[in-house]
Ligand binder design. Sequence first.
Ligand SMILES: [Zn+2]
Length: 453
Amino acid sequence: MANLKLNGVELHVGFDDVDSPRGGCTTDLVSEIAIKWSKRGVKFIDYPNLVRLNPAIPWKTRGNGALSLRVLAESYELAKDMCSEAISISEDYVAEFTHLKRSPHVVCFIGHVPGELESMGEKAVRDVVLIDEALSIVEKHLPKVITWSNSSNRRGLIGALAAVGNRLTKDHTYELIAYRSRDYWGTPRLIDPVSVFKMDEETGGLTFLNVDKEANRILIAPHGPDPILFGIRGEEPSALIKALSIVKTGEPIAKWIIFRTNQATDEHLKRVRNLCEAYAYTGVIAVGRVSRDPRIIAGGHVILTIADECGEVDAAAYEPTEDFRGIVKELKPGDVVEVYGVVRPPSSIHGKTINLEKIRVIKLAEVLRQLNPICPKCGRRMTSSGKGKGFKCTYCGYRDPTASKVVVIEKRRVAEGWYQPPPRAFKHLMKPLERFGREKSGWSGVMIEKWHS
Ligand SMILES: [Zn+2]
């Protein structure tokens, strides 16, 4: 990256929403170009990047992932030629494909990525980037920026440009994606679950979210008609290569490739100073005090209300998070919690709501309960004899006209600490607790020799 001496002209190509009419996806197209270029001897300065963008944005593109290729060309002219080639392959990929909901875009940037584009790329993960912001960056850097789309919808431009801008300079992970050969698209995936559990065991800690032990389910395979056979997520490329050698499939792997990504990093979350800064369409980490008893609403979702000196906001644990809801439900007014999640704007039926992705119970409040006194003769709980008349025991007949209620500290069914939803409810950017302490502070710029098939 910045500290590397590079001989040649940098070319960064960003892609977003480039699906094919046959059920392809952007990662399939990008891996096709990457493998083609790599086999031709093109010098890559990074693994293909898979940048997951702000999941709080309702008008996001499918899968919410944008990609980029970063290579070194021998000259400005050759960089331009390679850009044309990437565009031409993308054009073929989406051929005869017009869909109002798709906004395929390719953006080339020739030269070193400028700071303002890097900032835009990071902003697109945790905040809202407007089309005008993207267009003004493009215009400012012409002719070093070349854009292509077959859609009048500009949404994909933001993603493709953000994928060029976000250099994954802080925490990052890797994903090895294996693809199906075309004859198998749309058929059930044949992956030996035993081998996936074995792989999880043998690469423990260096790969994650492979399986859901509680549900006895593998998580590496998607379910749709897309060309992905499976994806293995991990901390280091070498661990992914090992994982690949352990997983057994009943169908051929057409190709595989390693992406560097912001998945499982919580890059979409920003710590806010108070609840007023929890703006709609952003991801936040916020501390508050539980201000009401949690409530269960239609659909089985649990709503927690937290407050601070600045205001009150709801936080929701949705039904698919299953047991996680049980933890949230046990919280009581006065508990201090740190919530992680993206903010939904208010609607006619609910206020501004943080969709809970994780929670830390920082401090449990002492919940006091007033109980009737215990009978000193038989040990059972007495009942009131009437206002100001003390208590009586209905079992043995003992009476004490001077007895009064006793105050006890309620035993809580939740402990201080971290809680997260089960693995099967995880979304791309959510950092599992297992990754805490494994965060990376940068990238060496060194790639392993064999990073694709
Ligand atoms: Zn008694």
